[in-house]
Design a protein around this ligand. Structure first.
Ligand SMILES: NC(=O)c1ccc[n+]([C@@H]2O[C@H](COP(=O)([O-])OP(=O)(O)OC[C@H]3O[C@@H](n4cnc5c(N)ncnc54)[C@H](O)[C@@H]3O)[C@@H](O)[C@H]2O)c1
Length: 259
């Protein structure tokens, strides 16, 4: 129960965000989660029916008013804020030629702007509690990427840089800020990737096995494995960790692609 008495805001209610919300709640935290998809938010709240202190609401993390309202709802429900985990994201595909200005801007607004907004409205409340932790979901694609992911890769590299900047700015307030860069993880986002490469009738498990084979450990990750790392970074065992990116990629970026 390392999170007993702590309050967490988690963006993204499916995939990794869902696993993080449930992991923090299992550790004793009160959790306010949000997602632009009301069904994802409702499913998380229903799935956590046993956890008295987990609420989920609809919010677009790219909209300042909706993020401000979500932080206010968190304070009203649970009385404070100690931890922010940013897992809401979009994953558009395309080269810069194929990506129009609106699509590029939206990707940056959600994936990077959402982190700015939860911190913009949330940091003052972490400071008021004597400190806290922020964990941003980045990606291996911020370090090295595939073809056809220009906007997404740009957003993930920006998250690495924003994480460092936030860590320096708020260290004196005892607010630790880190990012996590997963390889392939079994979530709805990866299912969309399978459909993109193999068509809508894709054999998702076969695609996941193929994605997994690219990782030296020979498989993709489960969202709960990523949630464990996020929980570590959000909690007291990571008391001296700030300003860093932690890869959780089954060795994917350790090699040079020759097996
Ligand atoms: N799944 C992977 O293989 C993988 C790999 C590396 C990094 N990541 C990163 O991990 C994080 C979580 O991804 P996931 O795999 O769980 O994806 P996911 O698609 O399962 O979950 C992302 C959630 O964000 C929500 N969302 C999208 N736009 C939003 C907005 N404007 N406001 C609020 N919510 C919004 C979606 O509705 C969705 O429920 C993301 O940052 C993603 O880029 C995932």
């Amino acid at each position: 129960m390392e999170f007993a008495g702590k309050v967490a805001l988690v963006t993204g209610c499916s995939g990794i965000g869902r696993a993080v919300a449930l992991r923090l709640a299992a550790g004793g935290a009160a959790v306010m989660a949000c997602d632009i998809d009301p069904e994802a938010a409702a499913a998380l709240a229903e799935g956590a029916a046993g956890a008295a202190r987990l609420a989920a609401r609809r919010a677009d993390v790219a909209d300042p008013a909706q993020v401000a309202d979500t932080v206010a709802a968190c304070l009203a429900a649970f009385g404070g804020l100690d931890i922010i985990v940013n897992a809401a994201a979009v994953h558009p595909y395309g080269t810069v030629e194929q990506t129009d200005a609106a699509g590029f801007a939206r990707c940056l607004a959600v994936n990077v702007g959402g982190i700015h907004l939860t911190a913009h409205f949330g940091v003052r409340h972490l400071r008021a509690r004597g400190g806290g932790a922020i964990v941003n979901l980045a990606s291996v694609q911020g370090h090295a990427c595939q073809t056809g992911v220009a906007a997404y890769a740009a957003s993930k590299g920006a998250i690495h840089a924003l994480t460092r900047a936030m860590a320096l700015d708020h260290a004196a307030a005892n607010i630790r800020v880190n990012s996590v860069s997963p390889g392939s993880v079994r979530t709805p986002m990866l299912t969309l990737a399978a459909h993109r490469f193999d068509g809508a009738a894709a054999d998702t498990e076969a695609a996941f096995r193929r994605f997994g084979a690219a990782h030296p450990l020979g498989r993709i990750a489960e969202p709960e494995e990523v949630a464990e790392l996020v929980a570590f970074l959000a909690g007291p065992r990571a008391g001296f960790c700030t300003g860093a990116d932690y890869r959780i990629d089954g060795g994917l970026t350790a090699g040079i692609g020759v097996r």
